[in-house]
Design a protein around this ligand. Structure first.
Ligand SMILES: [Zn+2]
Length: 312
């Protein structure tokens, strides 16, 4: 499995950044190269095996289907309560999502992304969810507005230790608020799904490597599209390789099945017998940021349905 290709944690890279940041101009040593990092993403789906884990592709698809059924029942019940609003209408849900950014610095200030980077990150979210990177991309109808930036100095939190505790202590807003915690860990990002909000509201949101923001220094993953990918999960989207070469795969009809995650940007890659090349440009694959250009119309509809069911 791809697990064997995962890279070492980046803690040492952070140390180098401290030295560079805190040195007087002209005396700073050259920054050490950050170790190569593959796109690594963990979702905490409590319905398919509990806590965060890296075993993507090993999800019990029957359990996923059970969650899909729960979502449909919930959508139907909500639609009935709204009198006359059918679940299909719910697909058109749109919203401006308030975003709370939590900058988890260590005691030396490592991880202190600038306000400009945060502004750029919000702009990336707005562009990608509006279909702004490709003529074939879907406009999901969702936009994002920075509602607050909070900065903390805590070595444990910076390294994503005690994540349940720090998230509960710092999370802002309700079910419709996207909380982004910027940390330094071996992943690019970790997300929670919308159907888990009701049970665990205090930890809802996404954890994103601080160096993946625009202007960050993770090679190939430094354009802020890790946050787009993780936000996709937060809206209820699975990886495009979810389920592998199965009919249902990621529960979205217009993303062709693919056997596993993509690395880089291998144009024309086709790993399943089912029609269609792998959706390597889709934000929910594992491709490079520069390769990412779109959500599909089916994903956009699913995000709207999930919003109505769980966040709207
Ligand atoms: Zn992911």
């Amino acid at each position: 499995m791809r697990l064997s290709t995962w890279r070492a944690p980046l803690a040492l890279g952070g140390t180098a950044l401290v030295a560079s940041t805190l040195s007087v101009a002209g005396l700073a040593a050259p920054a050490a190269a950050r170790p190569v990092l593959d796109r690594q993403c963990v979702t905490t789906d409590t319905h398919v095996g509990g806590s965060a884990r890296g075993g993507f592709g090993e999800r019990d698809h029957r359990a996923v289907s059970a969650q899909e059924q729960r979502t449909i029942r919930r959508q139907t019940a909500r639609a009935l309560r709204l009198k006359g609003v059918s679940p299909k209408v719910a697909a058109g849900a749109t919203a401006t999502v308030p975003v709370y950014v939590h900058v988890m610095r260590d005691a030396n200030g490592t991880g202190d992304v600038t306000d400009k980077q945060i502004t750029q990150q919000i702009a990336v979210l707005n562009k990608t969810f509006a279909g702004g990177e490709s003529s074939t991309a879907a406009d999901t109808g969702f936009s994002f507005s920075l509602a607050g930036t909070f900065r903390y100095n805590n070595n444990q939190w910076h390294q994503d230790k005690s994540s349940t505790t720090y998230r509960k202590a710092t999370r802002k807003g309700g079910a419709d608020a996207l909380n982004i915690w910027l940390v330094d860990f071996k992943y690019l990002g970790i997300a929670t799904f919308p159907w888990d909000y009701q049970k665990s509201p205090g930890i809802d949101g996404i954890r994103v490597h601080y160096a993946s923001l625009p202007g960050g220094d993770i090679a190939n993953y430094d354009q802020g599209e890790t946050a787009t990918h993780e936000a996709g999960h937060w809206f209820g989207l699975y990886h495009t390789f979810q389920g592998g070469c199965t009919d249902t795969n990621d529960e979205v009809a217009d993303t062709p099945a693919q056997a596993g995650p993509t690395s880089g940007c291998p144009e024309g890659q086709d790993t399943c017998p089912a029609p269609g090349s792998d959706p390597i440009h889709n934000y929910m694959d594992y491709s490079y940021d520069s390769c990412y250009t779109e959500f599909s119309a089916g994903q956009s509809a699913r995000a709207g349905q999930m919003w109505t069911a769980y966040r709207g």
